[in-house]
Each structure stands twice: as C-alpha cells, then as structure tokens.
Design a protein around this ligand. Structure first.
Ligand SMILES: Nc1ncnc2c1ncn2[C@@H]1O[C@H](COP(=O)(O)OP(=O)(O)OP(=O)(O)O)[C@@H](O)[C@H]1O
Length: 311
C-alpha cells in the first residue's frame, strides 16, 4: 500500500492552475522530498491530501484511504506539522504535547515524545511563549508525532531555522523514519531534503518535473563539470571526440566543454592549441545537485519537461 498516491490530481483557482495532473506515489516507510520554488503548488497539494480544499480533478489516497471520502481515518493515522505560530504562549511545552495526546485520545507519555524531539524536562516546563524558533519547531514536531503516525506530513519544517536548527530537525526526522514512519517533506530548499530523503519530486509551476532518488539526480548531474576556454580565434575542432567529453558549445570567443573525467581537461586544451588557437583563459565549474534543481525549476530543462508534458 502506498503512503500517498495521487492520480491526475488538479486544482484550479480561477485562471491559475495551482496543481496540474499530478501523478505521485510515496511508498510506505519512505522519506519523500516534495521540492519546488514558492508558488509551485506544494501547499495546495498537501491541502488536497488533507481535504482542506477539494481538487478540481483527479483523486488522491493517503495510507490507502480516499482523501475526499475517508478524511477522518486519514487524520487519525497521520501527523501533520502545525504552524509554529499557532502555539499558546502561556502553555508549557509539556501541556502542548499533553493537549495533543488528549485530543487524539492516546495514552502516550508526553515526556517520552518531548525527549524524542530533544526538548529537556526543564524546557518542557517553560511557557512556549519564551521558546526560540528551533524549540518551537521541535515542539510542533512533537505534537505531530502524537499517536505514532504512519505518515508525517511536514510543510517547510525548516523555515526560519538557522543551519544548526536545520541539522537538528533533519536528525529528528531521520530517527522517526528509522522507526518506520513515512515522511512527506515539503521544502523549497534542496539541501534541506537532500540528506534525509530516499526520493524527491521536483515541482515547477504546478507540474511534476521529475521524481528520482538523490543518487539518480546525482547521476543526472553526472560527475560532470564544465570548462570554459577563452580563445583568440575559435578553431574548427570537434572536442566531443576527446575521451570523457560529453558536450561542447561555442559562445563568441568561448568554448564551453562538459566533461566527466578530470583527465579530459589537459586533452581538451591540447586539442584546441593543436588546432591553432591560443588559450587566454580557462574557467572550470563543478555541477551540483543545486544546479540541477535550478535547471529544473528555472532553466532550460524545466522548460523542456514542461513542453514535453504539454505535448
Ligand atoms: N486560495 C487560493 N486562491 C487563489 N490562488 C491560490 C490559492 N491558493 C494558492 N493559490 C495559487 O496557487 C499557486 C500554488 O500555490 P501554493 O501555495 O500551493 O504553492 P507553494 O508551492 O506551497 O508555495 P509556498 O512555498 O510559497 O507556500 C500559486 O500561484 C498561488 O498563488
């Protein structure tokens, strides 16, 4: 059974298509990153999974239950991160967790949950109004963990946290995943999901542009790097025949070469000089997952996939 399955899920707000024909499967026990820039449709998708809003078209199931017709069963079995601004300033952290336990009707131990999210007994006794952003975020995560959910839905769980807070949040999520909880982790920052997610979906302008493992995305980037040679005159030489070179292009006096093997660099320079050009400057740039994310969401790759989806 899938933790989340959507089929042709679509939401229009007037002329705006917030989510278009989304087909997504998140497996049981999987940590799944749902990535994309602001406004790409992440919250709208989550709101449809939770039945806060109704889709214009398509269907969704959560833990095997229909998102529109079996909402209560879903809400009982999932944990969703409440907004950290919704905390009651005067109530202690422990009382917040106890309130969530009472609301869900479970008989869990509030202190055990507080410990899982790294809030000490002293912190738990203090009013949440005096908590730092990181502590508030840990507390709401603790509230989401009440009832031992099979699926955690986290919408931008790291927003507003400093790098230390982000790392802590990641460790807590990883521990919950190790206990067998599926996690649907929505974010607009690749590096925040990279370390914990088994797979990621990248959304752009309401459409799914790719779903892959982090390793798969790395393969798509390749160990590839780009070298830019500035030359006095562009020689007539086919550099893709050099071992390890996968692509070349010319831009004015610059030759752009994509290569997968560092030893190709010297061979490229030799080939260019043997063809009669003088190399005035060499720049190299390693590609990163962040570049790939950029390419999917702002660059040519995103546009290519969009036009493929429309075809
Ligand atoms: N209630 C609404 N009425 C009209 N348009 C809406 C509504 N909710 C969302 N939208 C539009 O739908 C699109 C997707 O918004 P959504 O909030 O789902 O994006 P998001 O990826 O969650 O972005 P963010 O990270 O900024 O929350 C946006 O263009 C947004 O303006």
């Amino acid at each position: 059974m899938a933790a989340i399955q959507t089929t042709g899920l679509t939401k229009r707000f007037g002329d705006v298509v917030a989510v278009r024909d989304l087909n997504l499967q998140v497996n049981e026990g999987e940590v799944f990153g749902f990535l994309g820039p602001n406004g790409c449709g992440k919250s709208t998708t989550i709101n449809m999974l939770m039945d806060y809003i109704r889709p214009t078209d398509g269907t969704a199931t959560v833990l095997g239950y229909d998102a529109q017709n079996e909402t209560q069963a879903i809400h009982e079995r999932i944990g969703i991160l409440p907004d950290a601004t919704d905390l009651y300033g005067r109530l202690s952290g422990r009382k917040h967790i106890q309130f969530a336990i009472d609301s869900k009707g479970t008989n869990e131990d509030a202190d055990e949950i507080l410990e899982r999210v790294g809030l000490s007994a002293d912190d738990a006794s203090r009013s949440a109004g005096g908590y730092s952003k990181g502590m508030r975020q840990r507390l709401v995560l603790g509230m989401a963990l009440v009832g031992d959910p099979d699926l955690l839905i986290l919408d931008e769980p790291s927003s507003g946290l400093d790098p230390h807070g982000v790392r802590e949040m990641r460790q807590i999520i990883q521990r919950e995943a190790d206990r067998g909880t599926a996690v649907f982790f929505s974010s607009h920052i690749l590096s925040q999901v990279e370390a914990v997610c088994d797979r990621v979906a990248i959304m752009n302008k309401g459409q799914l542009v790719t779903v892959d493992t982090i390793d798969g995305l790395r393969d798509a980037v390749g160990t590839g790097a780009t070298m830019v040679l500035t030359v006095d005159t562009v020689p007539n030489v086919e550099l893709t025949s050099v071992e390890g070179v996968s692509d070349m292009s010319i831009d004015g006096n610059e030759i752009h070469v994509t290569y997968s093997d560092a030893s190709s660099k010297a061979k490229v320079i030799n080939a260019v000089e043997q063809a009669g050009a003088t190399v005035a400057d060499i720049r190299t740039k390693e590609s990163s997952l962040e570049d790939l994310f950029e390419a999917y969401t702002t660059g040519s790759q995103g546009q290519r996939i969009e036009s493929e989806a429309q075809a």
